[in-house]
Write a protein that binds this ligand. Structure first.
Ligand SMILES: [Zn+2]
Length: 333
């Protein structure tokens, strides 16, 4: 019995000395950590592409600042391309050791390339002026179109992606700089071609065409149908500004749309049935293709001065069974 009590006592003594030891260990650890934290503090050593660039105590704040810089799309910044991102590793540094968040940020900023997005107003594919938004660019082109600027066919805009940001000009001064007074439609805009060889048996009076015709364009008659010094003029010349829409005089089938080698330049021919054909010459643009069916009034081309022509006008022919008739017997009377 006594033996058992003795052994229990010795166990207690043993536990007590162990607890004392553990307690001392904790105290000493706290003291050591306390001393270390008086002199040192945890920090992040920052490196970029393996090269040490500085220390920071606040990794998340610094990274947030970098992220905000990269994701910045203010103004005309499209995106920022940073070659590599910083790497952080935890370390202890003496308290008086310097952190340099600002320098680290500048280093990363300088390693980045900023791409800008903006718009260029172009004239004959040459960048002339720069604006910030697509809306401004559209507005400029539309205003110049409304004002019938003479160079409108040469004007446009294009989106620019560049590391270089250009000086932007305001809408009004760009319009003023680019605007060209529309060419006054002069009485000398007519066809000078001698013509496709066609038997000329035009009737002096209007025939019953069996179809109604509408004016393809409005304008000034600059040359009438008939004999003139340099051969026969097989059509009627109606001068108006280049780019004006040419409407089909009546519904029918496009039998030709392309370059006329006899001098009509870009030309459309439409067959309306009943042997009636209409011809539209000297166009700047063709909107239809051969074989296509068009309805009366449909946009088929734009007025121009291609082929043998002295200025923008529409050369209109009305043919019956291949023979050109005087258009003024039917239209523009
Ligand atoms: Zn003509």
């Amino acid at each position: 019995m006594l033996k058992i009590l003795k052994s229990i006592k010795s166990i207690f003594v043993h536990i007590r000395s162990s607890l004392k030891f553990i307690f001392l260990l904790i105290i000493s650890t706290v003291i050591i950590v306390g001393i270390i934290s008086l002199v040192y503090r945890p920090m992040y050593s920052v490196s970029l592409d393996g090269e040490f660039i500085g220390y920071t105590t606040n990794k998340s704040k610094l990274q947030k600042r970098i992220n905000e810089y990269i994701e910045n799309t203010d103004g005309n910044v499209a995106f920022i391309d940073v070659k590599s991102l910083p790497e952080y590793s935890l370390c202890l540094l003496k308290k008086e050791g310097q952190t340099n968040d600002d320098e680290i940020f500048e280093r990363i900023k300088n390693s980045g390339t900023t791409y800008y997005e903006y718009y260029a107003i172009v004239e004959k594919s040459e960048e002339k002026y720069y604006v910030s938004t697509k809306k401004e660019a559209e507005n400029i082109i539309n205003k110049l179109k409304e004002k019938k600027s003479r160079n409108i066919d040469d004007l446009g805009y294009t989106k620019i992606h560049s590391t270089e940001l250009k000086d932007f000009k305001d809408t009004e001064s760009i319009i003023t700089a680019l605007y060209q007074k529309p060419k006054v439609v002069i009485a000398s805009a007519y066809s000078t071609y001698s013509g496709e060889k066609i038997v000329s048996n035009a009737t002096p009076v209007a025939q019953v065409l069996g179809i109604g015709l509408i004016k393809p364009v409005s304008g000034i008659i600059t040359s009438r149908f008939g004999v003139r010094s340099s051969g026969n003029h097989k059509g009627l010349d109606i001068a108006t500004s280049a780019g004006t829409t040419v409407a089909a005089a009546a519904g029918g089938k496009v039998i030709f749309s392309g370059w006329d080698s006899y001098g009509l330049g870009y030309c459309v021919k439409i067959s309306h049935g009943n042997g009636v054909t209409t011809v539209y010459g000297h166009c700047s643009k063709l909107y239809v293709t051969s074989g296509q069916t068009v309805s009366a009034g449909e946009a088929i081309a734009a007025v121009g001065s291609t082929g043998n022509s002295t200025g923008p006008h529409l050369h209109l022919e009305i043919r019956v069974n291949g023979a050109p008739q005087n258009p003024q017997l039917y239209l523009y009377k």
